[in-house]
Design a protein around this ligand. Structure first.
Ligand SMILES: CC(=O)SCCNC(=O)CCNC(=O)[C@H](O)C(C)(C)COP(=O)(O)OP(=O)(O)OC[C@H]1O[C@@H](n2cnc3c(N)ncnc32)[C@H](O)[C@@H]1OP(=O)(O)O
Length: 418
């Protein structure tokens, strides 16, 4: 049998080692027993699709069952993961078969109106209906070249600044403090995924293969009189030259419940003794830090793609999220892979409640499902996508209102590990 005809099968727990080894080969990673063990705790072989050749897994696409914050709510979202095809079998259509099957499976199960993923490369997923729903900034800060500015106008009542203290420790040991904080912040941040107990273990473990230097990964927690209000996960690496210390700090995650905690965390991270630079690869496109420093250019920001979204059940997805304003608009949507989504849909948001139904009414906006997905979390506006030629305004004048309704008060963002 040709490999292109080999059946797609559901994986079993016995396939986990094979899948682990395939992904390690594809991502050029070293073996890491700790990572493999912790990863097995979050793997869902029952939702993994594999193609075998000679009894070995040569193609894989997995799914995690998780919730994702979308504007106004948390939505069940199939988190697509560990997609890969062996170098011996690439470019024969195996990925395309897996993606089509996965979308059909998610659609048939009827629980998750969207799928999401982090893409290793931008060109892979648009052909399967994925839109780039979040962008993020990679920061490379020269800490000597900028200063934090006083951010808040003095309190007119003359009240005291809130007392913020720091606590540093082992992230796994402080999990019971970190997790509730994350959950409080997550519900208001489109693009963030929920984290169960095994996920916390996955996120907080300091894997040998991911170390940045000999120093342990740490968490710093900010505490106010009202309790813990923010945390940051970070690592550091020593470096010295003829001028003295030039240590580096690598930040993985900054989560803060209020502005004082956010400012305190960055004050801490930017002033760790014997360090001169800070990197943070998962800053939001609207990261507030940009407005806290006197020279934002010295943040050294580079643009990166973040979360990709695929709308699997269009009326369910559009009705589930909240909108920034009421709107009544008819979309004409193309979706070659899931024709159930194609055609004309009326989205009505009245008094904050959204409804999306099939309609024969004339189209007002036309786009592909991937462009609707790009706008779904409130990231790129329909207006921006229209300027790029990706959304077409069929009825003149409808775009500004629809574009405003799809927006949100904070840009969506994503954290590296979902
Ligand atoms: C969510 C995640 O896990 S992201 C991780 C994705 N995985 C990786 O990056 C690991 C390394 N890469 C791989 O394993 C493989 O190259 C894959 C999975 C990206 C592609 O698998 P393949 O089986 O070769 O893809 P397939 O043959 O179905 O290609 C379908 C189409 O996509 C295109 N394509 C596939 N991969 C890429 C890519 N990386 N860049 C650009 N185009 C691509 C193919 O050229 C083909 O186009 P065509 O239909 O116009 O000819």
């Amino acid at each position: 049998m040709l490999d292109t005809e080999s059946p797609i099968e559901a994986a079993t727990p016995a396939d986990l080692d094979d899948i682990d080894s395939l992904m390690r080969t594809l991502f050029h990673n070293e073996p890491d027993a700790t990572l493999s063990e912790v990863h097995a705790g979050i793997a869902e072989p029952g939702r993994s699709l594999v193609i075998r050749s000679g009894g070995t897994v040569v193609a894989h696409a997995g799914v995690y069952t998780r919730g994702l914050t979308v504007p106004g709510t948390t939505l069940p979202a199939a988190h697509v993961t560990d997609v890969g095809v062996a170098p011996s079998h690439r470019r024969r259509g195996l990925l395309s078969r897996l993606m089509r099957q996965q979308l059909r499976d998610v659609r048939a199960a009827g629980r998750e109106p969207i799928t999401v993923l982090w893409a290793s490369e931008g060109p892979i997923y648009p052909r399967f209906g994925y839109g780039q729903a979040t962008q993020q900034l990679s920061l490379h800060v020269d800490t000597n070249a900028l200063r934090l500015v006083a951010p808040v106008p003095p309190d007119p009542s003359g009240g005291p600044e809130p007392d913020v203290t720091f606590r540093i420790g082992d992230p796994l040991q402080l999990r019971s403090v970190i997790a509730p904080l994350y959950e409080r912040v997550r519900v208001g941040r489109p693009g963030w995924s929920d984290r169960t107990e095994p996920w916390w273990r996955y996120v907080l473990t300091d894997y040998p293969s991911r170390r940045f230097g000999p120093a342990d990964r740490q968490v710093v927690i900010t505490e106010t009189p009202a309790g813990p209000a923010g945390y940051a996960l970070w690592r550091s690496r020593a470096e010295w030259d003829v001028r003295g210390p030039r240590g580096q700090v690598m930040v993985d995650e900054v989560v803060a419940d209020d502005p004082a905690a956010y400012q305190a965390l960055w004050r801490f991270l930017l002033s760790i003794d014997l360090t001169r630079s800070v990197s943070f690869h998962h800053a939001a496109i609207d990261e507030p830090l940009q407005y806290l420093v006197d020279e934002p250019r010295q943040l050294g920001a580079g643009l990166n793609h973040g979360l990709w979204v695929r709308i699997v059940d269009l009326p369910a997805a559009l009705a589930a999220r909240s909108y920034a304003a009421d709107v009544d608009v008819v979309f004409d949507v193309t979706d070659p892979l899931l024709p159930e989504n194609a055609g004309r849909w009326r989205l009505t948001v009245a008094s904050g409640t959204a409804e999306c139904t099939r309609t024969d009414a004339p189209a007002e906006l036309a786009c592909d499902v991937r462009d609707l997905a790009a706008a779904y979390l409130g990231g790129p506006s329909l207006g921006t996508l229209a300027t790029a030629g990706r959304v077409r305004e069929v009825r003149p004048g409808v775009l500004p209102r629809a574009s405003a309704a799809f927006g949100w008060h904070r840009a969506p963002s994503g954290l590296g590990v979902f």
